[in-house]
Design a protein around this ligand. Structure first.
Ligand code: KIV
Length: 288
C-alpha cells in the first residue's frame, strides 16, 4: 500500500517476478466504473476489459460485432475506477487483422484515449505481423491462444482446443508470441498438461482460463464469477456467488413497495411545512 492508502500500481516487471517466484497472477474482467472499483478493492493484479462484454453487457450472441468505439467507451470507464491493477484492453475482431498499420493505430487508441496499460489480441502465427508492429510502437501486448472466441465459428464452436496433433501448433505459437515481444499469453480451453508444458517452455507469464492450475495466473469473467450471465456456462467457470436472483428480488421488493405506497417513506423525502410552501408560492393551494 502507498501512503494514500492505494495499492501500488502493477507493472510488467512485477508480473515477470511473480512468474519466476511461482506467485500466482490474478486477473478478472471488468467493463465499467463500479466493476473496476470492486476488482481493485478485491486486490486483482490485472483487469481485462474483455470483448466478452459484447455478450455479457451488450447482449450480442458472440464477440464478433463489438466495435472499437464500444470497447474504448468501456475501457475509459474502467480506467476511471481502478488505478492499481494492470489494465488490458481487448482489441475487437477485425481491428488488427487487415493490416499491421491499422492494428498499431487501433492499439494506440486503447493507450492514448482509454489509458489502458496494454492490449490483448487473439491468435498465433496468423497475427504475428500485427503483434510485432504494436510491440515496436512501444505498446505492451498480451497474446491469446487456444479457444479464441472471435474465430469460434472457424473452430466449429466453443470447445476445448489442442486435443489433436494440432497441440504442437499452440506450443510453436507460444514461442513465436514470446519472440515477437508479448509480455504474457492467455491460454483458453486447452488440456491442463498442454498448458503446463507451454508455461514451462516460455519465460513470460501464462494466464489460464480453462487451462488448468499450472498456468502462472488465472482469469475469469465478471458475470460468470458472480452468476450474472445465464445464457451459457463453460465447464471451466467457477461461480463464486449467485447474484442474479438477489438482484431480481431487490428490484421486485422496490416495485412492490412503490405499488403499495411504502416507498418512498418520510426518510427518503424532503420535508417542508405546507404553510411554508403556501407562503413561498404566495397563494392558497387546494391540497388534495
Ligand atoms: O473477452 C474476454 O473476457 C476474454 C477472456 C475470456 C480471456 O478474452
Amino acid at each position: 500500500m502507498s501512503v494514500t492508502g492505494r495499492m501500488k500500481k502493477m507493472t510488467l516487471a512485477e508480473l515477470n517476478r511473480k512468474k519466476k517466484a511461482g506467485e500466482k497472477i490474478t486477473m478478472f474482467t471488468a467493463y465499467d466504473y463500479p466493476g473496476a472499483q470492486m476488482a481493485e478493492e478485491a486486490g486483482m493484479d490485472m483487469i481485462l476489459v474483455g470483448d466478452s462484454l459484447a455478450m455479457t453487457v451488450l447482449g450480442h450472441p458472440d464477440t464478433v460485432s463489438v466495435t472499437m468505439d464500444e470497447m474504448l467507451h468501456h475501457c475509459k470507464a474502467v480506467q476511471r475506477g481502478a488505478t492499481a491493477p494492470f489494465l488490458v484492453g481487448d482489441m475487437p475482431f477485425m481491428s488488427y487483422h487487415a493490416d499491421p498499420f491499422e492494428a498499431v493505430k487501433n492499439a494506440g487508441r486503447f493507450i492514448k484515449e482509454a489509458r489502458m496499460d496494454a492490449v490483448k489480441l487473439e491468435g498465433g502465427e496468423n497475427v504475428l505481423p500485427a503483434i510485432e508492429a504494436i510491440v515496436k510502437a512501444g505498446i505492451p501486448v498480451l497474446g491469446h491462444l487456444g479457444l479464441t472466441p472471435q474465430t469460434a465459428t472457424a473452430l466449429s464452436g466453443y470447445k476445448v482446443q489442442g486435443t489433436t496433433a494440432a497441440a504442437r501448433t499452440f506450443i510453436e505459437d507460444a514461442r513465436l508470441l514470446e519472440k515477437a515481444g508479448c509480455f504474457g499469453i492467455v491460454l483458453e480451453a486447452i488440456p491442463s498438461p498442454l498448458a503446463e508444458l507451454i508455461t514451462d517452455e516460455i519465460n513470460i507469464p501464462t494466464i489460464g482460463i480453462g487451462a488448468g492450475a499450472a498456468c502462472d495466473g488465472q482469469v475469469l469473467v465478471y458475470h460468470d464469477i458472480l452468476g450474472l450471465y445465464d445464457q451459457f456456462k463453460p465447464k471451466f467457470v467457477k461461480q463464486y456467488a449467485e447474484m442474479k436472483p438477489q438482484i431480481v428480488e431487490a428490484i421486485k421488493s422496490y416495485a412492490v413497495e412503490v405499488r403499495n405506497g411504502v416507498f418512498p417513506a418520510a426518510e427518503h423525502s424532503f420535508s417542508m411545512k405546507k404553510e411554508e410552501l403556501k407562503n413561498l408560492l404566495e397563494r392558497d393551494y387546494e391540497w388534495v
